[in-house]
Design a protein around this ligand. Structure first.
Ligand code: ZN
Length: 316
């Protein structure tokens, strides 16, 4: 039987405390996180002048629309390493939903296209979609119905490695956690710094994604880390990242062999972190196992949009 919203609230109240939380919106102030020692990198442990700190380090990837939360404790070398590695995989994996929910990165909201010069194209600007159906009606990743007011999308992700995506989530958590929490995540830190993707740390639970139906919420990211209380009565992993943007909320376990040795191998019964119930339909919860290390090239995200109005033109 599914646990109720109230039971989930009680579970997390009983067992967890908030370690940090940020809500970022167009109106919020810019936040720059710092550690006690200036110009020492949290990730590789090196200091200036061995490494430089010239680049602005986004504590959450810019492609999520983060223009507010930065850190001073990520060196340029690590910044580039994460950007070209795990954050690139995260970007490829999340691209369809970023288009569908209007996440504005450095180069705007991602565009999807295919089929060559006469092919299809999906673009989004703020709350408007611009869809060019292209000439080949058998080769479109969407189907329109009800006078084009309802569109079923089936958008492909760019190639990604699942474990790399999990690491990108963990990196976000390690970027926002208070310094005092870092000793609990030394092995997780070494894991995300390894270019090779191996299960060097036990991943005790899959990633949970809660999908909230309803109007698109373009602005805003809410992110935080919850950690187990010292006197937690239930069998519960040490820490989760909770990240919400667009229609989705992600609950990602943070590997902590330092704190979770005692519960390895135990059966975990975890209710999803409670989300506000939606007025536009049932909240849907999916579980994603992101432990795989093989490149995924054929993943497709399906989503139905109902628009207030649609304008159709036969020439571009
Ligand atoms: Zn570094």
């Amino acid at each position: 039987m599914d646990l109720t919203y109230e039971q989930a609230v009680n579970f997390y109240r009983r067992n967890y405390r908030g370690a940090c939380a940020y809500h970022l919106s167009d109106d919020s102030e810019k936040i720059i996180l710092v550690d006690a020692v200036k110009h020492r990198c949290r990730f590789c442990g090196r200091s200036a002048p061995d490494v430089s700190f010239r680049l602005v380090a986004h504590a959450l990837p810019e492609l999520l629309g983060n223009k507010k939360l930065f850190s001073r404790y990520e060196c340029d070398t690590c910044n580039t390493f994460f950007g070209e590695g795990i954050e690139n995989d995260y970007g490829n994996w999340s691209k369809p939903m970023r288009t569908l929910t209007g996440r504005k990165g450095k180069n705007g909201i991602p565009t999807h296209k295919g089929g060559g010069e006469t092919g299809w194209r999906i673009e989004r600007k703020n709350n408007h979609f611009y869809i060019n159906a292209g000439e080949d009606e058998h080769n479109r990743p969407f189907v329109a119905r009800e006078n084009h007011r309802v569109i079923d999308f089936a958008l492909k992700c760019d190639p990604y490695r699942p474990m790399s995506v999990h690491k990108a989530f963990v990196k976000m958590a390690l970027s926002i956690l208070p310094e005092a929490e870092l000793p609990n995540f030394r092995q997780a830190l070494a894991w995300i710094m390894n270019f090779d993707h191996l299960e060097e740390v036990p991943i005790l639970a899959p990633v949970l994604v809660s999908f909230t139906p309803g109007p698109a919420r373009i602005d805003g990211i809410t992110v935080g880390v919850i950690c187990r209380k010292e006197d937690a009565p239930d069998i519960a992993p040490y820490a989760f990242l909770i990240l919400t943007y667009g229609h989705e909320s992600f609950q990602v376990i943070l590997p902590s062999p330092e704190r979770d040795a005692a519960i390895e191998g135990e059966e975990l019964i975890l209710p999803p972190f409670p989300q506000q119930p939606s007025q536009d339909g049932l909240l849907q919860v999916f579980s994603h196992d992101l432990r795989d290390t093989e490149l995924v090239t054929e993943a497709v995200v399906q989503c139905t949009f109902e628009f207030e109005s649609a304008q159709i033109s036969s020439s571009p």
